[in-house]
Structures are given as C-alpha cells and as structure tokens.
Design a protein around this ligand. Structure first.
Ligand code: ACO
Ligand code: LMR
Length: 264
C-alpha cells in the first residue's frame, strides 16, 4: 500500500498552497471582498475564528491606540538610540520591542490572568489588592509613570467607552475599575493603565461574544495571547521613530554626563 512520509510540522492557521491562499479557512478573495480588515485577519490567524464586527473593531482600536506613545517611552527611546547608532530598520525595531515586558506594555496577559482569577473567585477589589501586596507582587495593569488621577489616560477612557456601548457584558472591565478605585485611594498614580484596560476588556470580549468556550478562554489566558496586541501595535510607532531619526539625520546619541550620578 501507500506509505505516507512522516511530517515534521503541523500548522492550523493558514494554507498557501492554492491559488487563493486562506487564513483560518477563509480565502484572500473573501477577506478582501467582505472587508475583514486587520481586526478580522487577526481574529482568523490568532483566534482561528471570525469574530463579530464589534470585536474586530475593538481589536483595531487597541492597535490604533497603542501604536505610539511619544519618543520618551522605553521602546521608542531604545529605537531612537539604535537608529542614531546607524543601525538598520530591523535592528531599530527589535531594540525597541525588546523593552516590552512586565513593566512596559507586556503586562496585559498578567493583568488578564490576575483580574480573571480574582473576579471569578469572588474576591472584593480591596481583598485582591491587599492580597497582592502581601505576596509582594505589583498589580499588573495598575500604575503609570506620567499618567495619574488628575491626568488620566484618554486611551483607557476610549476603550472603556467603546466596550460599555458595544459589549453585551463588561463585568471584568468593571472589576478592573473597582480595583483602580481602591489603588487610587492609596496613591494618585495607581491608575488602571492601558495594559490593564486591554487585559480586562478582552476577558469580556472572550466571555460575552459567545465565540469561546470556558476551556478555550482558560487556554488563551494561560498561553498569553494579549501582549501580542501591544507588540503588534507598537511596532507601527517604532518603525515611525526609526524613519524619523533617519530623515532628521540625527547623529550618534550619547547620554549627557550631567544626567548620571557617578559613585565610583
Ligand atoms: N501595584 C501595586 N503597587 C504599585 C504598583 C502596582 N502595579 N505600581 C506602583 N506601586 C506602588 C508600590 O508601592 C511602589 O513601591 P515599590 O517600588 O516599593 O514597589 C510605589 O507605588 C512607587 O512606584 P512608582 O514609582 O509609582 O512606580 P514606577 O513609576 O516605578 O512604575 C510602573 C510604574 C512600572 C508602571 C508600575 O506602576 C508597575 O510596575 N505597574 C505594573 C505593571 C504594568 O501594569 N505595566 C504597564 C504600564 S502601561 C504601559 O507600559 C503601556
Ligand atoms: C506607553 O504606551 O508607552 C505608555 O503608557 C508607557 C509610557 O511610559 O508612556
């Protein structure tokens, strides 16, 4: 009989073998004709399903709102220094991306994990925050270097307004707002930041869209898909900063001596 050669790779998200390649089983022609947009393509390639329009709109909002946050944020700073060292586009981009992590832009998955766990186990907001303090863990999704109670993050407000208007249920988002109310009573800069807003609202997207089983939500949260949104979005800004520095023909960057405390 026929002997099938063993395969080395299994792939479940795309297939380029036909004339009209497919993302998640949907052909390029349909994607273009039906106007899937970037949010629709992300739904197919990351979540392997066509999400409702309000979900893909929300995904696109996250990407637009996280695309950049000025030259002083960690990622852009690294990219600018790298561009001024004369490096190529990819090096400039990855040097910025490498700053994304638990303190900067990469707290979305942990925010979703902790908010979900605390909400689903019935912890009141203050019990959750105090419990984290006892464990010596900063609450992911809370706190900002330059935003505070009197200088709130407009991006967070825009995402929350969209979710309140279009999502069938925003229980996790409201839980995060309760957490913020408690942390703000402790210090004025302990706002719900953009990572916390995205993490909490995505939990509502998963739970309320009817497109995911409980098991699938647990798997997505455990694997950690959500930092991907910040990585993808911020790449747009980091590429922009690279072009900007090159266009401006900026020289090699050297940090000023006056800004360093030498203790030797
Ligand atoms: N949870 C609890 N307490 C906190 C938190 C938090 N998330 N953030 C700050 N504090 C408290 C702590 O008591 C801290 O003291 P410690 O250093 O002894 O732990 C105190 O506030 C002082 O911290 P700040 O100087 O205000 O914080 P800093 O400016 O150094 O850090 C940061 C800001 C990194 C965002 C911090 O708030 C944090 O780690 N947050 C959690 C991670 C997070 O959500 N990052 C994403 C930010 S948004 C973005 O990057 C796109
Ligand atoms: C960002 O989006 O980069 C921020 O919220 C973090 C910062 O330092 O501005």
């Amino acid at each position: 009989g026929k002997v099938r050669a063993p395969t080395h790779i299994i792939s479940t998200i795309s297939d380029e073998r036909g004339e009209d390649q497919c993302y998640g089983g949907v052909s390029m022609s349909s994607i273009i004709e039906k106007g899937y947009g970037v949010g629709g393509v992300i739904s197919l390639l990351w979540f392997k399903r066509s999400l409702p329009h309000y979900c893909t709109q929300f995904i696109e909002m996250c990407i637009m709102l996280c695309a950049d946050h000025g030259p002083c944020a960690s990622g852009a700073h690294n990219t600018i220094v790298t561009a001024r060292a004369g490096k190529d586009l990819i090096s400039c981009l990855v040097s910025g991306l490498l700053t994304i992590g638990p303190r900067f832009g990469g707290a979305i998955d942990d925010a979703a994990r902790y908010f979900k766990d605390a909400h689903d186990s019935g912890l009141r907001a203050y019990e959750f925050v105090e419990g984290m303090k006892k464990k010596g863990i900063r609450v992911p999704g809370i706190g900002h270097r330059v935003k505070n109670k009197d200088r709130k993050d407009k991006r967070v407000e825009l995402l929350q307004k969209f979710a309140r208007t279009h999502f069938p249920c925003v229980k996790y988002m409201e839980y995060a707002v309760e957490v913020e109310a408690y942390t703000l009573s402790k210090a004025k800069n302990l706002i719900l930041n953009i990572d916390g807003a995205i993490g909490s609202i995505f939990l509502d997207l998963f739970a309320g869209s009817g497109m995911f089983t409980e098991q699938e939500i647990d798997e997505i949260v455990k694997i950690g898909y959500l930092n991907g949104f910040f990585v993808l979005a911020r790449s747009i800004g980091l590429i922009g900063h690279t072009f900007d520095q090159k266009r401006l023909k900026q020289p090699l960057y050297r940090h000023p001596w006056e800004d360093v405390v030498y203790t030797t």
